[in-house]
Design a protein around this ligand. Structure first.
Ligand SMILES: Nc1ncnc2c1ncn2[C@@H]1O[C@H](COP(=O)(O)OP(=O)(O)O)[C@@H](O)[C@H]1O
Ligand SMILES: N[C@@H](CCC(=O)OP(=O)(O)O)C(=O)O
Length: 360
């Protein structure tokens, strides 16, 4: 494990609840103390905390007959206050100021929202305030939702150029089989994509979890590819953050690859967030994928779909329709359509804002 400086800590719903569904306040207090110690040691910490729905459900029983989406919204809306009040109480006792940030997927898609959010989080960290982030579950339903808070934490880590993402769940890490089975062993280190990894992981989720271990693995892998070390560890374990601080934690550690540029990190997560699609010809494709650094010029573009503005994310396809990467538009779709196929025009995607997918 590398020494962390900027850490995104994600706490799953299960860590904060007991098996009977009641909030586990003792556990919460323990983690709060650990986070406070990390901040005192000079680390910059952002907390991504699940638990709104679990806290709401426990406090407010609702009829079985009620629409499940509405039920979830009511629990999230009522539970988020309980969750944040609990944090306020616990951090307040340690004189650690906190802030609440509720976000949606759209906030990561829209460049203006993204930058506003990033600036706010950086300012909070600079002031020594701990931001506590969660999804705004009342406005995000179905396809508008993050897969789970592991995705939100991973996006937050990329946005803030964090060096470490710590995902606290109810198991010690990724095992070679269901963690409860006697033969399963903890995988302590993941250095590159192990093809058999997904075979180990079963679809079973913890009782309050949303995404499961498979999405946790996918998000961890993506973050490590961007140069962020990822640790999956057991938030239920006594002394988990103390062990983390001493780098003696029982966990699964994802070794980070070379750190990618901030703009490329933003784009790497843009796969579902693009506003327009462009198709390029064979010549443009070989130019982009060559070892020489090149931007994408209108002369190599054969099709433009969707309406986009300067700053929006674009998906790039080759002439066979294969998705080859993402980029940030330097100008609007209106201008791009005027320039399509023409020589001597300004690049639609600048190299610094171009992210090509790994096809190996
Ligand atoms: N190979 C595996 N190794 C570890 N956990 C696994 C594996 N396969 C499935 N799981 C399940 O993944 C669960 C953790 O994921 P999840 O429910 O999403 O947690 P969280 O709510 O903390 O995000 C564990 O409780 C475990 O049951
Ligand atoms: N935003 C939701 C959490 C969703 C979620 O991803 O939960 P988990 O899988 O426990 O991290 C809540 O606060 O209840």
């Amino acid at each position: 494990m590398h020494t962390p400086k900027v850490i995104i800590i994600k706490i799953g719903s299960n860590v904060l609840t007991q098996s009977n569904g009641l909030p586990d306040l003792e556990r919460m207090a323990h983690l709060v103390k650990g986070i406070h110690d990390l901040i005192q040691a000079g680390k910059k910490v952002v907390l991504v905390s699940s638990g709104a729905v679990a806290f709401g459900r426990q406090a407010l029983p609702l009829s079985e007959k009620l629409n499940p989406v509405i039920k979830k919204q009511i629990w999230a809306a009522t539970g988020q206050i309980r969750l944040i009040n609990q944090y306020q109480d616990l951090f307040g006792k340690l004189e650690q100021p906190i802030a609440q940030i509720l976000v949606t997927k759209e906030d990561f898609r829209d460049r203006k929202h993204f930058l506003n959010m990033k600036n706010c989080l950086e300012a909070l960290l600079q002031q020594g305030i701990l931001p506590i982030v969660n999804e705004n579950d009342t406005v995000t339903i179905t396809e508008l939702m993050f897969t789970d808070n592991d995705e939100l934490a991973s996006l937050t880590a990329a946005m803030l150029n964090a060096d470490t993402l710590l995902l606290l769940t109810n198991v010690d890490g990724i095992f070679t089989g269901p963690p409860s089975e006697p033969g399963s062993e903890l995988i302590e280190q993941i250095s590159s994509s192990l093809p058999e990894m997904t075979q180990y992981i079963s679809a079973t989720k913890s009782s309050f979890g949303r995404g499961g271990m498979l999405t946790k693995y996918a998000m961890a892998k993506k973050s490590a590819d961007l140069g962020i070390q990822v640790i999956i560890a057991n938030g239920k374990r006594e002394g988990v953050l103390e062990e983390f601080a001493k780098q003696k934690l029982r966990c699964t550690w994802f070794e980070p690859k070379k750190v990618k540029q901030a703009a490329k990190k933003w784009l790497a997560h843009g796969a579902q967030y693009y506003k327009g699609e462009i198709t390029i010809n064979e010549g443009a494709k070989s130019s982009l994928t060559s070892s020489v650094i090149r931007s994408l010029l209108p002369v190599g573009i054969t099709q433009i779909a969707g309406e986009f503005s300067k700053g929006d994310i674009l998906l790039i396809r080759d002439d066979k329709g294969t998705k080859i990467g993402l980029g940030r538009a330097e100008y609007s779709s209106k201008l791009a359509l005027e320039r399509i196929g023409l020589k001597n025009q300004k690049a639609l995607i600048h190299y610094d804002y171009l992210y090509l997918f790994d096809h190996d």
